[in-house]
Ligand binder design. Structure first.
Ligand code: GDP
Length: 440
């Protein structure tokens, strides 16, 4: 995400970083580079201009010229201004209504249906809500079906009306149904066109009037850059929406939409979509995003994601098993599954400071664990629990069963043994000093 922008910004600070003393000219040159980097990332022209002017005023005001580490100080100023540009603080959605009605708006393909599902999943799991999804995209049977499939996957009810092609009535009925059935949140998915048209705008405005939503979320594809900002403007003029869900940030986006939307429509980005999975929805934190843009990683979000998957009882059980040297391939498998739930690997690695850039050109196979899983699935229950029995002929059978080869099987078993040893040492708290010495 935002790799090019990060790289260019880093380059612009280079000039300042190495110097003990800098001049106003240095600052002006650096800011020119920063502005160019922002424009290249498809940031709105006016936004880029006022951004660099703001940074300049702050820099001169805070006496960067006489600072001990002027480069560092500039990076800090740019960081804070970037966070400010994206809204400063994160903003919650309003789910206080009974039921709270959330209307999803946006163009076709922006990710509305996917994100209706993700939002329902998040509200159910993190806020203990009982959401109802309303399939308001009545013109496309495929969209209704897509929502039903998602609903089933996340265990959330989906309201549909066969043969009803009046989305206004359907949305109203959906809210009624929610009230009658104890749902405390209603998420109305709506139809989108490929481009804005009068008819679509009228229709969604009519739905808004009919269901008086507490929260209107505009869903927009971050990959579309400035188009995203223009579409946001049009939707906001018509709907006066409350917040934005910026989708597909896991892709190769340049950053323009994320950085310009807030200042152009004056509405906060509330969530970002980071993938196709139902878990891939993050609350938007401007300051953390600024960290990522400046190549500082985002450890806070990484830890949060890990915690979401963390089950204290399971962890305790696991610790006991490790101490008794009973950590098995089944445990290994469930650890892999937990990591997979946290998101795609490249995205996770990018949250580690400095890693994003290092990984930029590496091709990450999102299914990097596939081979490992296949090998473990080809083991018998006994072999998984007691890897000591894995002799040559068993290994051969597993290689054939998993469609891999004997070397791969050996490698995995060796890695597993090593992991087990290290884990054991860590839980015993002994030999840590020696372990550290042996680290490369
Ligand atoms: P809608 O027409 O607005 O309802 O859009 P959909 O929800 O059907 O999404 C369009 C396509 O984008 C689908 O193939 C989704 O799987 C994909 N998609 C949606 N959100 C994301 C995201 O955050 N990341 C990625 N990579 N793909 C997404």
């Amino acid at each position: 995400m935002f790799d090019n922008l990060s790289e260019k910004l880093e380059r612009s600070f280079k000039l300042l970083k190495g110097q003990g003393k800098i001049s106003e000219i240095n600052i002006a040159e650096t800011l020119k580079d920063v502005r160019r980097a922002l424009l290249d990332a498809d940031v709105n022209y006016k936004t880029a201009k006022s951004f660099t002017e703001g940074v300049k005023a702050k820099a001169l005001g805070s006496d960067v010229l006489n600072a001990v580490q002027p480069g560092q100080m500039m990076v800090k100023i740019v960081h804070d201004e970037l966070a400010q540009l994206m809204g400063g603080e994160s903003v919650d959605i309003d789910i206080s209504g009974k039921p709270a009605v959330i209307l999803m708006a946006g163009l076709q393909g922006s990710g509305k249906t996917t994100h209706s599902g993700k939002l329902a999943h998040l509200l159910k799991n993190k806020k203990g809500k009982k959401p109802l999804l309303v399939a308001g995209d009545v013109y496309r049977p495929a969209a209704i079906n897509q929502l039903q499939v998602l609903g089933e996957q996340i265990g959330v009810d989906v309201y549909t009306e066969e043969g009803n092609n009046d989305p206004v009535k359907l949305s109203k009925d959906g809210v009624k149904h929610a009230k009658a059935n104890g749902h405390d949140v209603v998420i109305v998915d709506t139809a989108g066109r490929l481009a804005i048209d009068e008819q679509m705008m009228k229709e969604i405005a009519a739905i808004k009037n009919a269901v008086t939503p507490h929260e209107i979320l505009f869903v927009v594809d971050a990959m579309t850059g400035q188009d995203a900002v223009n579409t946001a403007k049009e939707f906001n003029d018509k709907l006066n929406f409350d917040g934005v869900i910026l989708t597909k940030l896991d892709g190769d986006t340049r950053g323009g939409a994320a950085l310009s939307i807030r200042s152009v429509v004056e509405k906060p980005i509330k969530f970002v979509g980071m993938g196709e999975k139902m878990e891939a929805l993050d609350v938007f934190h401007p300051s953390r995003m600024a960290d990522r843009i400046l190549g500082m990683g985002d450890i806070v979000s990484l830890v949060e994601r890990a915690q979401e998957q963390y089950d204290v009882d399971e962890a305790r059980k696991l610790q006991k098993k490790i101490a008794k040297n009973q950590f098995s391939f089944n445990d290994f498998l469930s650890q892999i599954q937990q990591i997979k739930k946290m998101g795609n690997l490249k995205d996770l690695a990018g949250m580690i400071p400095g890693m994003g850039k290092a990984l930029k050109n590496m091709d990450f196979d999102d299914d990097a664990f596939k081979g490992i899983e296949a090998i473990i699935y080809s083991m018998t229950p006994e072999e998984r629990e007691n890897p000591a029995v894995l002799n040559g002929s068993r290994r051969k059978r597993i290689a054939i069963g998993s469609g891999t080869n004997i070397q791969e099987v050996n490698r995995l078993i060796k890695q597993f043994d090593d992991t087990r040893k290290v884990m054991r040492m860590m839980t015993q708290g002994k030999n840590m000093g020696r372990m550290m010495q042996n680290m490369p």
